[in-house]
Design a protein around this ligand. Structure first.
Ligand SMILES: Cc1ncc(COP(=O)(O)O)c(C=O)c1O
Length: 316
C-alpha cells in the first residue's frame, strides 16, 4: 500500500474540526494511592461529538488513502445502531466524501433508528440487505453485484477495522507517550472487531502490556485476527498483549444490574459518561484488575473509545 502522510489541507481541516490530541485525564481513587498506581483515561470520546473515539482513529487513514487514490466516495457496512455508520456519515459530511452504507436487515428503513436517520441527514445513501446478503458482501465484497455497482467507492469494512485503521490508532499511542513523557506500563481498551487493540499493540513499546476487554460472548477468533493485523502492520509478531474473554456481561450489548449500577456510580464519582456496550465493560473489568493484576508503582492508561452518542440515540 502507498505510504500516506496527512496532506496539508486534510491536516488543516482535521485541526479545525477535531480535538487532537485528545486530553489525558488523571483518575483518583484511594486504592490507586494505596498501590502507588497512576491511572489515566485517554479521552478520545472528546475528539468530536459526531466522529468520536476510536471511530475517528480508524477512519483517518482510510479517508486519507481514499483521497490519495482519487476516491471521493466511501462505502461501508453496519447495523441499525452502528457507531461506525454514524461516524462515517458524519466524516463524509465534514470532509466532503459521498458515503454509502450497506445496512444489515432488509426489513429496516431510514426511520428504523436515530443512527440511520442521522446518517441519511448527513447525506449517506443507505442500502438495506438481508442478513445472508450482508454476510456474503462483508466477507467478499468484490464478488457481490451490489458492491460491484459502486466501483468508484473505496470500501471500508464493518467497524472500520482494516490495515489502514491501525495507523490512526497508533497516533493515539504516540499522543499518550508524549502527554505522559514516558510509555505507560499498561494500556487497556475494549475489543469489538479488534482494530483498536491491534493499532495499540502495533505502536506500543514492548514494556507496555496491552489488555483488551472483549465485549462479545464468543470472541476467541479475535486472538488470531489481532495477531494477523499486528503482524501485517509491523512485519513481525508482538506478544505484549492479552485479551480477557469473560468480561462481556452476557454478550454484545447485553447488560447486568451490576454493570448499570457501576456505570451510575462511575458517573457520580468522575462526572463523565461511559456506556454499557464498550467503555462501561472496560472500566468494570478494570475495577477487578486493579485488585488482582495491575502491578504496584505502575502507570495505566484506559482508552475511552466514545460511543456515547450511539447510546443516547438508542435511548431516544
Ligand atoms: C465506542 C466503541 N468502542 C470500542 C469499539 C471496539 O473497537 P474495535 O471494533 O476496533 O475492537 C467500538 C467498535 O468499533 C466502538 O464503537
Amino acid at each position: 500500500m502507498t505510504e500516506i502522510t496527512a496532506n496539508t489541507t486534510f491536516s488543516q481541516q482535521i485541526n479545525q474540526i477535531l480535538r487532537i490530541p485528545s486530553p489525558l485525564q488523571k483518575l483518583n481513587d484511594k486504592i490507586f494511592d494505596e498501590k502507588s498506581i497512576k491511572v489515566f483515561v485517554k479521552r478520545d470520546d472528546l475528539i468530536h461529538p459526531e466522529i468520536s473515539g476510536n471511530k475517528w482513529r480508524k477512519l483517518k487513514y482510510n479517508l486519507l488513502n481514499a483521497s490519495h487514490l482519487g476516491y471521493r466516495s466511501i462505502l461501508t457496512f453496519g447495523g441499525a445502531y452502528s457507531n461506525h455508520i454514524y461516524a462515517t456519515a458524519a466524516a463524509g459530511k465534514y470532509f466532503d466524501f459521498e458515503t454509502i452504507g450497506i445496512i444489515r436487515g432488509d426489513e429496516l428503513n431510514i426511520n428504523s433508528s436515530q443512527t440511520l436517520k442521522f446518517a441519511t441527514e448527513c447525506g449517506m445513501k443507505l442500502h438495506f440487505v438481508t442478513r445472508n446478503d450482508y454476510r456474503a458482501m462483508r466477507e467478499n465484497p468484490q464478488n457481490h453485484p451490489l458492491i460491484q455497482s459502486f466501483i468508484h467507492s473505496k470500501i471500508v469494512p464493518e467497524g472500520g477495522t482494516n490495515e489502514s485503521a491501525l495507523g490512526g490508532v497508533g497516533e493515539m499511542v504516540d499522543e499518550i507517550t508524549e502527554q505522559l513523557g514516558y510509555a505507560p506500563d499498561y494500556i487497556i481498551c475494549p475489543v469489538g472487531t479488534g482494530g483498536t487493540i491491534s493499532g495499540i499493540i502495533a505502536k506500543s513499546a514492548i514494556k507496555t502490556q496491552v489488555i483488551g476487554i472483549c465485549v462479545l460472548k464468543n470472541g476467541h477468533y479475535l486472538q488470531e485476527e489481532v495477531s494477523r493485523l499486528v503482524e501485517s502492520n509491523v512485519g513481525y509478531q508482538k506478544h505484549n498483549f492479552e485479551i480477557l474473554w469473560d468480561c462481556h456481561h452476557g454478550g454484545y450489548a447485553k447488560k447486568t444490574p451490576q454493570l448499570m449500577n457501576f456505570i451510575e456510580a462511575f458517573y457520580e464519582k468522575y462526572s463523565f459518561e461511559i456506556e454499557y456496550i464498550y467503555s462501561g465493560k472496560m472500566f468494570f473489568a478494570f475495577d477487578e484488575l486493579i485488585k488482582s493484576k495491575i502491578m504496584p508503582n505502575s502507570t495505566v492508561v484506559l482508552i475511552h473509545t466514545g460511543g456515547i452518542q450511539g447510546l443516547q440515540l438508542k435511548n431516544e
